[in-house]
Write a protein that binds this ligand. Structure first.
Ligand code: ARG
Length: 469
């Protein structure tokens, strides 16, 4: 980065250069250079429209377009020299254009301001990110549904309070995340609908007296329509807030799955194995296999949620229209979106990679009196006992097993009959974890037959590109 003397772009009435600290606090080029591709797209659309509306000549528009394409190539090649004295990406690009094509460059900014320019660039950037997020989320859904289908009948303990509650199937557990991600994708898609309006042509804040065609630039940039109010056009950052809100909820979901992977991987649980590809060793303890990728996926929600909160606080109480405060919208948004990208890719990889330890899951599913509810349901069904009484009777039977230090299905019929004499040996059929999960056939329940059906349904939906709600 170089320091050119300030400021060729707006310095007409300025006699002195800005203080060093003024440049330092004011410049955004350090981070908004990420908007260069969007800035160039926006400028090309604007120049073309200006020429068609007869505001600039076709020859000037051609020069501008050619120059912008060259600048894009320089940026892609890494040879473009960004200057801090030129503050931001918009002025860096325009200044380079002037070096290249001379006075015609000065016509590009007709009927435009950096206020509508940055709003346009940032929207395009966030829209591109949202599209990438959708594709990445779809990949995670695939990985989950695929594994769910394979493990539709793999029994594991289901937890509440992280205490063994009732047996469930591993496939069912994975499909819960497919549903969560479907809602995430729905939220991003919904945010995208509102995002997809063009601020370009709002100019500084009041619109312009030039006969511009906002429909045309909106269409050229893939927006559905121009924003209807120029003040709103330059000062709205809802699209970034909404996207960050959706990103935060998504990251919360991934942090939960990541946490489960961390727990499942402990030797105490031993439910899943992650290969060398997604684990690390310890430099001192040779026996260790650490789930670092899962831990980091669990942690990234911190900076993503912080970006959302940060932007909300920046926007709070800002009067219309543009204020420089809004320059603080970008850096953390960029960081949050690239963090989410990492998390999604790492989770897709981990889900595909992880292999459940079927025996350990099965054994754990049987511990902790996990079929006590099945016993209570049996009493209700077979002995017509009111559920509350059945709950009480089952509690006493669990206590008897607990005193003996054995599981429910190891208790003898006589011991159960001491609590409730009408119990018959038919009760044993509901005390196994396999029968327990098989019986849960209610819609949305954990029965393997449901899970296979749901997993296949999801795979079909994903094939057709309909994995969001
Ligand atoms: N770098 C500025 C931003 O990110 C661009 C808009 C500047 N507008 C202005 N009136 N100073 O917000």
């Amino acid at each position: 980065m170089t320091d050119k003397p300030a400021n060729a772009m707006w310095g007409g009435r300025f006699a002195m250069s800005p203080a060093e600290i003024m440049q330092e606090i004011n410049a955004s080029i350090g981070f908004d250079k990420a908007l260069a591709p969007q800035d160039i797209r926006g400028s090309k659309a604007h120049a073309e429209m200006l020429a068609e509306a007869g505001i600039i000549t076709k020859a000037d528009a051609r020069e501008i377009t050619k120059g912008l394409d060259k600048i894009k190539a320089e940026i892609d090649a890494g040879t473009f020299e960004f200057s801090r004295a030129l503050e931001d990406v918009h002025m860096n690009v325009e200044s380079r254009l002037k070096d290249m094509i001379g006075p015609a460059a000065g016509r590009l900014h007709t009927a435009r301001s950096r206020n509508d320019q940055v709003a346009t660039d940032f929207r395009l950037f966030v829209r591109d990110a949202v599209d990438g997020i959708d594709t990445a989320l779809e990949k995670v859904q695939w990985a989950l549904a695929d594994k769910a289908e394979k493990h539709a009948g793999t029994v594991m303990p289901g937890f509440t309070h992280l205490q063994p509650a009732q047996p469930v199937t591993f496939g069912h557990h994975l499909l819960a995340y497919v549903e969560m991600i479907a809602r995430d994708r729905g939220r991003f898609a919904d945010a995208r609908k509102r995002l997809n309006e063009s601020p370009l042509g709002s100019a500084a804040l009041a619109g312009t007296s030039f006969p511009i065609d906002r429909e045309k630039t909106a269409e050229a940039l893939g927006f559905d329509r121009p924003m209807a109010n120029s003040l709103d056009g330059v000062s709205d950052r809802d699209f970034a807030m909404e996207t960050l809100a959706a990103a935060t909820i998504t990251a919360v979901h991934f942090s939960r799955l990541a946490e489960e992977i961390v727990i499942w991987m402990t030797p105490q649980f031993g439910f899943v194995k992650l290969s060398d590809r997604f684990t690390t060793g310890s430099s001192i303890m040779p026996q260790k296999r650490n789930p670092d990728a899962a831990e980091l996926a669990r942690a990234k929600v911190g900076r993503i949620a912080a970006a959302f909160q940060g932007l909300v606080i920046v926007m709070k109480g800002l009067p219309l229209a543009y204020s420089k405060d809004m320059q603080e919208d970008k850096e953390t948004t960029f960081d949050a979106l690239s963090s989410l990208r990492l998390v999604m890719a790492a989770m897709a990889g981990m889900v595909a990679d992880l292999e459940p330890n079927v025996d350990a899951m099965r054994a754990a599913a049987g511990r902790g009196y996990s079929t006590a509810t099945d016993l209570a349901d049996w009493l209700v069904r077979e002995l017509k006992m009111p559920f509350r009484e059945a709950h009480h009777v089952t509690g006493s039977i669990v206590k008897a097993a607990e005193t003996k230090g054995i599981d429910l299905d190891q208790l003898s019929l006589e011991e159960m009959q001491k609590v409730e004499p009408r119990i018959t040996k038919a009760v044993f059929s509901v005390l196994s974890v396999e029968n327990s999960v098989k019986s849960r056939t209610s819609y949305g329940g954990t029965a393997p037959q449901n899970v296979v059906k749901m997993a296949r349904q999801w795979l079909r939906r994903l094939e057709k590109g309909r994995g969001k709600v």
